[in-house]
Design a protein around this ligand. Structure first.
Ligand code: SF4
Length: 523
């Protein structure tokens, strides 16, 4: 399918983006980024990991920079890399401390700052009048001036990196924890940079919720069109977790936006060795980077007069439909009929989008056909269903990969619906990729938490690397498992800290006890 009758941003982008401004590193149309998990003070380990990432195809690497000492150590890291002939651009990731950003800007190509925590606001304030709001912005501006000056003289770029989980209190009070709030947060900073004539910016608006992330990025581009400027966009789904679910979530967010023509650099964040992120990101660039007409083999399937049956059987929409008999799907299509639990229900028809002549009694399902290895299909189906669902919202999904069984395809459909927050089939795990701030083996702990709790359908459990950003970025999790110190874990019930500094050896058990105590563990 090509030539979608929808608004994409390919043409807009190529008409306004000056060559050279977007590609702060890399030769590809969309640049692949990753982030180290080492401590930035540890030159040897950080250099080793950056080299591993670069050898795997990463074109730009970000590092967590926690204090002035680490900021100064960026010079050693840069020099060591240059000595070994690695000159890929480096990005310093700075939270809470503008002075650290100023030092880092001397040694790296880009500094990422988070508008949500760039200056210390008042987190308990419930209202802001006009003057109070203005005062906070004035303070922000004063703290940004030294950064702007040093970046200008060093030709260092700045990424305004907004995160849904760590918006400033003033934004939360005025705009709420919303995609609109994320855009306003970026705009406040953009206006200050523009006022001082500084243009070497890029933007990111990340969230662990895929639909919030895509919505925020689309709104951001719309806003830039309205204001008459454009800054490159860096894409990522934060805290996507690990394994298949992490890949599906990332593809659903990043792939969808790339298809629309949004995205100049991307990062797939996985709670795994960061090298594992690179082939996933490269695949997404290969599939959708700058392609105006993605080739999607799609259409609709209309299940005639079946809505009442589905509702009587208490089946949950969006429906999972299988091409071929499956135990996992709600409905199976076989020999021109729709089947449910071995029972022949009705007929179905294939159609193109948009579907004509449907009645309220019918159900319209998005069909996606593939003949590819299942690993690629996971990424393609997640991105393409997310994209299509935005244009032609359907009542469900029917995914067929000829190289996989009907059950495997139906399971993948369920995973995609869950990644998009449309239907919950198992517990959802939010997990950060970890960085230099992590003090425990997060990959191992995520695995253990998953083993114990995966069956808790509908619960959201966050496993986060540090208490600096973890609690703020758990994004609506029911329970949080957050690294608090070397080998120590804090537990949260929603946003409240309920157990502190538990030894890591007994933390998973403490989490399951907590879930039981709160009545969320069905016997
Ligand atoms: Fe790093 Fe903490 Fe964010 Fe995890 S939550 S990526 S450890 S800053």
């Amino acid at each position: 399918m090509s030539g979608f009758p929808i608004q994409t941003y390919h043409n807009f982008r190529s008409s306004v983006v000056p060559a050279g401004k977007v590609l702060i590193g890399g030769n590809n149309p969309v640049v692949v980024q990753s982030m180290t998990t080492t401590r930035t003070i540890d030159t040897k380990a950080t250099v080793r990991q950056i080299i591993q990432l670069a050898d795997a195809g990463c074109e730009m690497v970000r590092m967590a920079v926690q204090n002035k000492k680490e900021a100064r150590n960026l010079e050693n890291i840069k020099n060591e890399l240059l000595k070994k002939n690695y000159d890929l651009p480096l990005v310093a990731d700075v939270h809470f401390n503008p002075d650290v950003a100023v030092i880092a800007a001397r040694f790296v190509e880009k500094v990422r700052i988070n508008p949500g925590n760039f200056i210390k606001g008042n987190p308990s304030k419930k209202e802001y009048n006009h003057d109070e709001y203005g005062e906070e912005l004035k303070k922000t501006e004063e703290k940004l001036i030294p950064l702007i000056e040093i970046c200008r003289s060093n030709n260092t770029a700045v990424r305004i990196g907004v995160n849904h989980g760590s918006l400033s209190n003033r934004i939360l009070v005025r705009y709420g924890n919303t995609p609109e709030g994320m855009v306003e947060s970026a705009m406040e900073f953009i206006h200050i940079f523009r006022e001082y004539g500084f243009e070497l910016l890029d933007l990111s608006l990340k969230a662990s919720n895929v639909r919030i992330m895509t919505e925020a990025n689309k709104l951001m581009v719309e806003r830039m069109i309205k204001e008459g400027f454009y800054y490159p966009m860096h894409l990522g789904v934060t805290e996507a977790g690990a394994g298949i679910d992490g890949r599906i979530k990332s593809a659903a967010g990043i792939g969808h936006l790339l298809m629309l023509g949004i995205g100049d650099t991307i990062r797939v964040s996985l709670t795994e060795d960061p090298v594992e992120e690179i082939p996933v990101a490269q695949k997404l660039v290969e599939l959708y980077g700058r392609k105006k007409s993605p080739e999607i083999n799609t259409g609709a399937i209309v299940l005639r007069k079946i809505r009442e049956y589905a509702e009587n059987e208490k089946l949950k929409s969006p429906y999972n439909v299988s091409a071929g008999l499956s135990e996992v799907a709600d409905f199976s299509l076989e020999k021109n009929y729709v089947w449910h639990r071995g029972k022949k229900i009705t007929g179905f028809e294939k159609s193109a989008f948009p579907v004509k002549e449907i009645s309220e009694k019918d159900i319209v399902i998005t069909r996606l056909d593939y003949d590819d290895d299942q690993e690629s299909v996971r990424l393609r189906a997640a991105a393409e269903f997310a994209f299509l669902q935005d244009i032609y919202p359907a009542d469900g999904i029917c995914l067929e990969n000829r190289q996989a069984s009907a059950d495997a395809n139906a399971q993948l459909s369920l995973d995609i619906l869950q990644a998009l927050g449309l239907r919950f089939n198992k517990a959802e795990f939010i997990a950060c990729p970890s960085c230099g701030r992590t003090n425990f083996d997060i990959q191992e702990h995520l695995k253990r938490v998953k083993e114990k709790t995966a069956q808790l359908k509908g619960l959201k459990i966050a496993v986060m690397g540090c208490i600096v950003n973890g609690p703020g970025e758990m994004a609506g999790a029911d329970y949080g498992y957050v690294g608090s110190g070397r080998g120590k874990i804090n537990l949260y019930k929603r946003t409240s800290l309920v157990r502190k500094n538990i030894d890591e050896a007994s933390a998973v058990e403490a989490l399951t006890d907590l879930i039981r105590e709160n009545g969320d563990w069905p016997e």
